[in-house]
Ligand binder design. Sequence first.
Ligand code: ADP
Length: 533
Amino acid sequence: MTEHETENLPTQATDSPSPNNALIQHDLGPLMDITRATASGQDAAHLLQTIVQTALTTLPSAEKGVIHLLHQDGRLEPRYCSRPWPSEQQPSGIPRGIGVAGRSLAENAVIYVADTARSLDYARLSSHQDVRSLVVAPLCFGERQMGTLSLSSAAPDAFAPSDVNIVTILAAQAAIALGQTMLLERARAERRKSDAIIDQMSEGLLILSPEDQVRRANRALGSLITGQPNAEIPPLSTIQRWVNEQLLDSHAKIMGGYCVASTIDCGPITFLSVTPSTGAEGGERVFVVHDVTSDRESTERRALFVSQISHELRTPLQHILSSVGLITEIDDLSTEERRRYLKHIEDETYHMNKLVDDLVALSRIEVGHFEVSCQPLRVDLLVSRVLGRMEPRARVKNLALAQDDDMPAVWAFSDPLRLEQVLLNILSNACKYTPARSIVHISLREDGDWVHLAVRDAGPGIPADQLRSIFDPFVRLPQNSHVPGMGLGLYISQQIMQMLGGRIDVSSSPQGGSTFGIVIPRTAEHAPDCPQE
Ligand code: ADP
């Protein structure tokens, strides 16, 4: 190699001294610096700095060190320079094969430029004033080309052949360190990504070692264990305790698809669906855990509902059958007895009909198919109509259905059929729960934009702490259990009143007697969700 020529050097130079000898003659410390930096988990950015600083310390004749890394677009991007980039010379990507660095990478060879002033290659590329001689070595990790390490001096012929060999070895070591660090960083980034996904899962995730030691748990599992939504993931020791006490103890049930567990502080019982999968790496077992408590509750509720309905339908049917049997089988039945049995059949049929109506309404409400259609209507006339329908039932119990003498003509904006349904329900409750020979009173008044209807009875009253719950579906007060009913009427009435833009409420005194109030909008303005006819 003559003084001012550009020379490609094989990555294993054959000149004497050999690269290894050169470094041994020098000092092995620099290699150790790079290895130490990798072992200490330095990130890639810091490692680049360590590599360049190590190279500069090892080769005193080098004044500047630069590392270019290969970008996805195939260009070499300057990623670290031991000196600040001159402002007029902002770093930019070097195409592969162009310039000394581009050529070093393309040819996978160490290139020494003894004097840039005489190198066409270099002059064509740039006008770096501070670079007269330079050595560029490719950074290759196995088959993978990562970039180049360039060391330069402002003086020509600054590097001896042994210096070039040292750069070759340093570049090889740096490439290994950089490759490993990048792999590690990619693995860490992947781990962070999968951690984020696992923590976002709505299902609990638990990984156990073959010895049943907790290896990993996610946030959702933490919430299941603590019983607190959005809780931080508890310490592994806490999770381990829960696993030992709750999960592994009920292993037989896990295999059956779910286990019954309480929270770590012996909180409420939850039903967990646990799907174990084996065969993970290292014999680990992965459990996906769901809280299926509400599913089980709703299954139980549905089963209870079906059995309640069956019971409610069977009872009146049996009564009807026995009345029919008596009428058909007894020849000398008196007219009075026959009338009584027929009345019985009528009552039971009425009850069954109401039950079926309520069930249909309930299912329509629950699937959102319950429709209302509003129009201006005379509430006083509607009240008279409903009282007329209730009259026969009231008479059987000797109940008086009273209304204000001078009930005014009152207009409201509502759905006549639905409003009648609500009023019938309230009145029929009043008749059901009021003892015989008492009075059920209905009153009507206007108040600004609203019409108020009130049904007052002389029944047993409703305890204050149960006034709200009677509007929940299937709630019946134990003291009224002897009276037929399913606990649906008030729930349906409340839903209807909401759809009509009004409301229903109740007050009751401890001495007995309840008053159910219905509030109806007078104009369309207050029935916003209600389509007009
Ligand atoms: P049902 O009457 O069919 O049981 P409801 O939803 O209409 O269903 O009523 C729910 C519960 O509220 C009833 O079971 C009863 O215990 C109580 N209740 C309703 N109306 C009255 C009333 N006027 N007086 C006393 N209790 C009542």
